[in-house]
Design a protein around this ligand. Structure first.
Ligand SMILES: C[S@@+](CC[C@H](N)C(=O)[O-])C[C@H]1O[C@@H](n2cnc3c(N)ncnc32)[C@H](O)[C@@H]1O
Length: 346
């Protein structure tokens, strides 16, 4: 397979194609029969070379363009295919404005600000300083966000510092080791287990948060992400969401009838157990073969549950786990996961 560089060396702009060249070749003299084979071989070699370069160069360019079209993982100017509207019982939310395909990039957004893992001052003062330093437009975007958890004795009109903290705590998402505020992303509501259809990832190098669809999302459906590790039983999930986000979850997973909900809880519990056993492979507590068995079990449970998140990571682990000394594949996998969002869309 010629390299892209070799392909691009082919003179696409040349006016004569190999076929035209063939037509234009000089007629052979009648008396040079003994020289014919040599000349023919030369001509043939030349034409074959030109055709090969032209054909594969073109093919490879096309194929690269096609791949690029299909695997756009980072487009800073992407317009999100959703409308932010009021949703009964949820405040605002994002409704798909067209059919969305699994794997599509839905958003890339820079933070209004980031907060590091440790700070030396009180959270209220720290967040307030961040907010104060925003431009007017950004400040407005921040104060437009929803909030829960403002103490009853605080007035949102007067206690701006406390309001800012409540907005921050309601909307912040992790961005590497920091957490940040992303006002467009912040309109996504939560779904558990099989209910969420979009996931986010932080691209440290570019300093943007990406959101990808992990499932097809029909026009008119709500785009949902997940606020927590939802491989937990329904009661635990609900308690967490109530305590941290102030709502009682009635997502598609939480709204399942009792028997189905129990079955879902059991699958999620089994997935979590396989995950924790799989983690033992890093410390060589289990063999590569056992690790693969856990991965297969998680995959199967995920199919039954409709839980497709984290599959890129699993696939990456499967590649490295097959080989005891998998330094190269492991490096390649971690690079791939770091560079792309394959982990989210697989
Ligand atoms: C990050 S905001 C999401 C956007 C928010 N609904 C808005 O109006 O801007 C988080 C808040 O949205 C609401 N929310 C998110 N998911 C929900 C759900 N599944 N059911 C009900 N409320 C939800 C809760 O009030 C939660 O504290």
């Amino acid at each position: 397979m010629p390299s892209k560089r070799a392909g691009t060396k082919v003179p696409h702009g040349a006016k004569t194609t190999p076929r035209q060249n063939a037509k234009q070749r000089p007629a052979q003299p009648a008396n040079n029969g003994h020289r014919l084979p040599g000349i023919w071989i030369l001509w043939f070699g030349l034409l074959a070379g030109l055709f090969y370069g032209w054909y594969y160069g073109r093919w490879e360019d096309d194929s690269l363009k096609k791949q690029h079209r299909e695997v756009v993982i980072f487009n800073p100017d992407i317009e999100s295919p959703w409308d932010v509207v009021d949703i009964p019982g949820k405040g605002k939310g994002a409704i798909a404005s067209r059919d969305i395909r699994q794997g599509e990039l839905l958003l890339s957004e820079k933070p209004l600000f980031l907060v590091p893992p440790t700070i030396n001052t009180s959270p209220t003062e720290f967040i307030w300083e961040k907010v104060e330093n925003l431009t007017e437009n950004k400040k407005q975007a921040f104060f437009n966000l929803s909030f829960v958890g403002l103490a009853q004795n605080k007035n949102p009109e007067k206690d701006k510092k406390h309001l800012a903290l409540a907005i921050f705590e309601t909307n912040a998402v992790s961005a590497g080791s920091s957490v940040g505020i992303f006002p467009r992303m912040a309109r996504l509501n939560h779904g558990c287990s099989s209910a969420f259809n979009a996931v986010y990832s932080w691209r440290g190098q570019e300093g943007v948060l990406l959101i990808h669809a992990i499932k097809d999302i029909a026009r008119g459906s709500e785009v949902l992400t997940t606020y927590s590790d939802t491989k937990k039983p329904r009661d635990e999930r609900r308690a967490y969401l109530r305590d941290h986000y102030g709502f009682h979850c009635t997502c598609g997973s939480c709204a399942l009838p009792e028997a189905e909900s129990k079955a879902s809880d059991n699958r999620l519990l089994a997935m979590a157990q396989h995950h924790s056993q799989l983690a033992g492979w890093m410390e060589r507590k289990i063999s590569g073969v056992e690790a693969i068995d856990h991965i297969k079990a998680i995959w199967k449970l995920g199919d039954e549950e409709g839980y497709w998140s984290e599959r890129g990571r699993l696939a990456g682990d499967a590649v490295t786990d097959t080989d005891a000394d998998a330094t190269a594949p492991r490096l390649a996998t971690s690079k791939a996961l770091e560079r792309s969002s394959a982990t989210l869309v697989l």
